[in-house]
Write a protein that binds this ligand. Structure first.
Ligand code: PLP
Length: 392
């Protein structure tokens, strides 16, 4: 009986061929596949700039630097997220802070954000938890009123669309985020192994992001400042480091994989939606079990299927439920331990249990079930039967 993890990549012969061809080319990194992938991503989103990097953690770090977030400033995000959404603030010396979640969407709550805002908040990191957007127009209005930049952590939401005042927008290209950051980690909706990208319509943020990605080095003559050593200095070898950057580059063969995966993305999303619909139908009558559902008029790419289970009411702990499912070859996971409860956050920023009660209550009940395009209908039925047996 094959083990079904909670998430898994889908790799086919076309992906293998794309990577193989790239590996036989002249460039393993910083070559033509990176530019082609960036163009494909920009076209897919209809956005002006897509900048491919080696992870979404790097993309978020770059977003902080490009937006000019500095020591002494605050960055607010949701506690119900992966660590990177908050850590990126700490990387640049700012203080990560949180606002509680909306109990219906498990996303950053706009009213809670409003209460935590202040003139020292330089950025808000809004996460599209499980693939659904938070109330981006309201969040952007609250953030921008105080002069804060809106960064969308869109790791869960490539391909997600939402409607606002009758118009449809795709995550990564809408007026309520200044920069969006995506991940291509294997459990995400499409993969490059490790990897990610930033999307923005802002030319300045894009230019800054490209510089930060590769050591702050410029190579085009019209931007050179010169070293004061006369005409010879701008020879063909010449480059300049004008600001501090990093190595956040992605390889060519990863981008070749990404281009091949991107072609399959609409199919991946459709399959995820089918599985979510099958689970919702199968579990809707279970007492003490809440299925997720789409809260806005939206096309949700469903990165995760997170059930809310009242473990006390069913008389089993979450560990017992997870083990019982594992014994039947079914993997589950918990998304997420609220970030403010992590020892590092408690010791460094003085956060404590009780600070964000909605996120903590959500955490007590959440369990992610297997969701990925490679699940067959038989696999889905296996998950359904096992979950019903264990949870009822
Ligand atoms: C919401 C969220 N933000 C950021 C990240 C970091 O992405 P990466 O692993 O590509 O650095 C993840 C990945 O798990 C995530 O789920």
């Amino acid at each position: 009986m094959a083990f079904l993890p909670y998430g898994r990549q889908f790799i086919d012969a076309a992906d293998l061929q794309a990577v193989n061809e790239s590996l036989q080319g002249d460039y393993l990194t910083t070559g033509p596949e990176v530019e082609r992938f960036e163009k494909d991503l920009a076209d897919f989103l209809g956005v002006k700039h897509a900048i491919a990097v080696n992870s979404c953690t790097s993309a978020l770090h770059i977003a902080m630097l490009a937006a000019g977030v500095k020591t002494g400033e605050r960055v607010i995000t949701t506690p119900n997220t992966f660590l990177a959404s908050a850590n990126c603030a700490a990387y640049v010396g700012a203080r990560p802070d949180f606002a509680d979640i909306d109990p219906r969407t498990f996303n950053l709550s706009a009213p809670a954000l409003e209460k935590k805002m202040g003139s020292d908040v330089r950025a808000v990191v809004a996460v599209d938890f499980a693939g659904q957007t938070p109330d981006m127009p309201r969040i952007a209005e609250i953030a921008r009123r105080q002069g804060a930049v809106v960064i969308e952590d869109a790791c869960h939401a490539i391909g997600t669309e939402f409607e606002e005042q009758g118009k449809r927008y795709r995550v990564g290209n809408h007026p309520w985020a200044d920069i969006s950051a995506f991940s291509f980690h294997p459990v995400k909706t499409m993969t490059t192994g490790e990897g990610g990208f930033l999307a923005t319509n802002n030319d300045d943020y894009a230019a800054a992001s490209r510089l930060i990605r590769s050591h702050g080095v410029v190579r085009s003559a019209e931007t050179f400042q010169g070293l004061g050593r006369g005409a010879e200095e701008f020879g063909p070898w010449y480059y300049e480091m004008q600001s501090l950057g990093y190595n956040f580059r992605i390889t060519d063969f990863q981008c070749a994989l990404g281009r091949s995966q991107l072609k399959k993305l609409p199919g991946f999303i459709r399959r995820r939606q089918e599985i979510v619909a099958a689970y919702n139908e199968a579990f809707c009558d279970l007492p003490h079990f809440k299925t997720p559902h789409a809260h806005w008029p939206t096309l949700t790419s469903w990165h995760l299927y997170v059930a809310q289970i009242d473990f006390k009411a069913i008389g089993k702990t979450r560990s017992v439920v997870m083990q019982a499912l594992r014994d039947q070859g079914i993997g589950t996971q918990v998304h997420y331990i609220p970030v403010h409860l992590q020892p590092y956050y408690r010791q460094t920023y003085g956060t404590k249990p009780g600070d964000y009660p909605v996120a903590e209550a959500y955490y007590d009940r959440c369990l992610s079930l297997p969701l990925y395009p490679g699940l067959t209908n038989e696999d889905v039925q296996r998950v359904i039967k096992a979950v019903r047996d264990v949870v009822k």
